[in-house]
Design a protein around this ligand. Structure first.
Ligand code: ATP
Ligand code: MG
Length: 393
């Protein structure tokens, strides 16, 4: 561990020196067994948060009520006190957490066998629930009775689906059946958490697998929108790390109106909603076969690129656009944005001696289009001449 996770090693060594137990736990151990790089390394210990804070010079309270302290060395690392989750009454969060003194109890409260292993600083694996074997078999299995575990915290059902999409693992039969029968409990999970998990599925390597499972587990039934149209097309979906592409795909699958209401339901940001709307209209325009220069100017490059691939994937629209050709077409336009135009609304109002109104928007649009199409040079003299020619009666 010393070379693989030097900070974790240092922290564990110090805790042990002070007479405590400490282990690397959770995702890092899982990813080590899978022989892939772990994103972050978490530590579990029998030292209380107070004891951890006394031991390390620089710590940050990130979730002291859950027993978590962030220890700051060359890098930061989360150190969490062994805990058992006491009773659950809202199908989501434990009513209170209880610090416990044994590692086994701490591992027992974790969601899946693959996430419920610990490792000592000398790389000894502690695996009470057969996590290593399940990883070899590529299955996600709840620790203990799945019905009970999903009733305690309904989010775990969605986490199972998400891990399946990330790892290309299947769900253990009883775990899958428990989700199918308890799926209505997912309504207790906040929509923000649901959104975050869906977006993790969409940025996974096995999106198709995750989305099939989202539907076959019945979880999707509890969420508005049509989740099963074009279901198989998620297999070819690429999110490019941009969650808004997932929402765009979802929006394109809807057979009915009311996309904006749907996106509001899922608490998409204004930026996400605007992006989805733009891709949808770019796809619509693409149906006629090509975009005009002005349309290419109006849409951002990422919107155009997304529209080409979604148009093809979902509606079979074949166009000759490629990422490169879109770039070239954009480059050939005299201006990149309307901000580059050397004349503004005030100039035009002065020329026409008329106050602001809908007429102004129309003039600006016409002017922009003429500049974009190369019919009008972007300098004051030419624009002024153009204006008096077109609008001065
Ligand atoms: P990732 O690579 O996505 O971070 P992870 O396994 O580290 O995967 P986290 O959400 O960071 O997942 O959680 C860390 C650990 O905490 C998990 O491995 C698991 O042991 C435990 N855990 C997290 N959420 C839950 C939950 N809802 N119920 C039970 N245990 C959980
Ligand atoms: Mg993690």
């Amino acid at each position: 561990m010393k070379n693989r996770w030097p900070i974790a090693y240092q922290v564990i060594k110090k805790l042990e020196h002070a007479g405590f137990e400490a282990y690397v736990v959770g995702g890092a151990v899982r990813d080590f067994i899978r022989e892939v790089h772990a994103n972050d390394v978490d530590i579990t210990t029998n030292a209380t948060p107070k004891e951890v804070k006394q031991l390390f010079e620089h710590t940050i309270d990130v979730g002291i009520e859950h027993g978590t302290v962030l220890v700051v060395l060359d890098d930061t690392i989360e150190v969490t006190t062994f805990r058992a989750d006491a009773t659950y009454s809202d199908f989501r969060r434990p009513d209170n957490v209880e610090f416990v003194r044994s590692l086994q109890e701490d591992l027992q409260r974790r969601d899946f066998t693959m996430n419920a292993m610990a490792m000592t600083k000398s790389d000894e694996l502690i695996d009470y629930f057969g996590g290593q074997k399940d990883i070899e078999k590529r299955v996600i299995r709840a620790v203990g009775d799945p019905n009970r575990r999903f009733s305690e915290d309904a989010l775990r059902m969605l986490r199972a689906v998400r891990f399946s999409a990330q790892l290309d693992f299947s769900l253990h039969e009883r775990t899958f059946e428990a989700i199918q029968s308890l799926h209505p409990l997912i309504e207790h999970v906040s929509i923000e958490r649901v959104k975050a998990e869906l977006e993790k599925i969409w940025t996974s390597n096995y999106v198709g697998r995750g989305m099939q499972l989202f539907v076959s587990s019945k979880l999707a039934e509890k969420f508005p929108g049509e989740w099963d149209t074009h279901l198989e097309k998620w297999n070819s979906f690429k999110c490019f790390g941009n969650a808004a592409n997932g929402w765009t795909f979802f929006a394109l699958m809807q057979q009915t109106d009311g996309i904006n209401e749907l996106l509001n339901y899922y608490k998409c940001s204004n930026a996400e909603k605007a992006y989805v709307k733009q891709v949808l209209s770019a796809v619509d325009l693409l149906r006629k076969g090509y975009w005009t220069t002005y349309e290419i100017f109006q849409f951002k490059e990422d919107v155009l690129i997304a529209a080409v691939s979604f148009g093809e994937l979902i509606f079979g629209i074949s166009s000759s656009y490629t990422n490169e050709s879109i770039q070239q077409l954009k480059k050939a336009i005299p201006i990149m944005s309307s901000k580059e135009i050397v004349v503004n609304g005030n100039d035009i109002m002065e020329w026409k001696q008329q106050k602001r109104g809908p007429w102004l928007k129309e003039v600006i649009e016409k002017m922009t289009e003429a500049i974009v199409n190369g019919q009008l040079a972007n300098n004051r003299k030419n624009i002024k001449e153009w204006f008096f020619r077109e609008y001065d009666e």
